[in-house]
Write a protein of this length. Structure first.
Length: 70
């Protein structure tokens, strides 16, 4: 199970504690599986994990939030 709030608490503990990342919302997700091996073999790269994708997205949000405060 992918728990976005728990992942954010793990990766961004200070931002959660300070309230910069309040974790108040919710989003319904649709789970689906795919076979990526042939794509990875063809193009020579690997898909990023859910956690790594979330880290990148939340990092961008925090950068924008930080700039809007200044």
């Amino acid at each position: 199970e992918r728990d976005v709030k728990e992942i954010c608490r793990k990766i961004f503990p200070e931002e959660v504690k300070s309230g910069m990342l309040p974790l108040e919302g919710s989003l319904t997700a649709i789970k689906w599986r795919l076979e990526a091996q042939s794509t990875e073999d063809t193009f020579g790269w690997q898909f990023t994990s859910f956690e790594e994708s979330l880290r990148g997205l939340v990092s961008q949000y925090l950068q924008l939030e930080d700039k809007s405060i200044r």
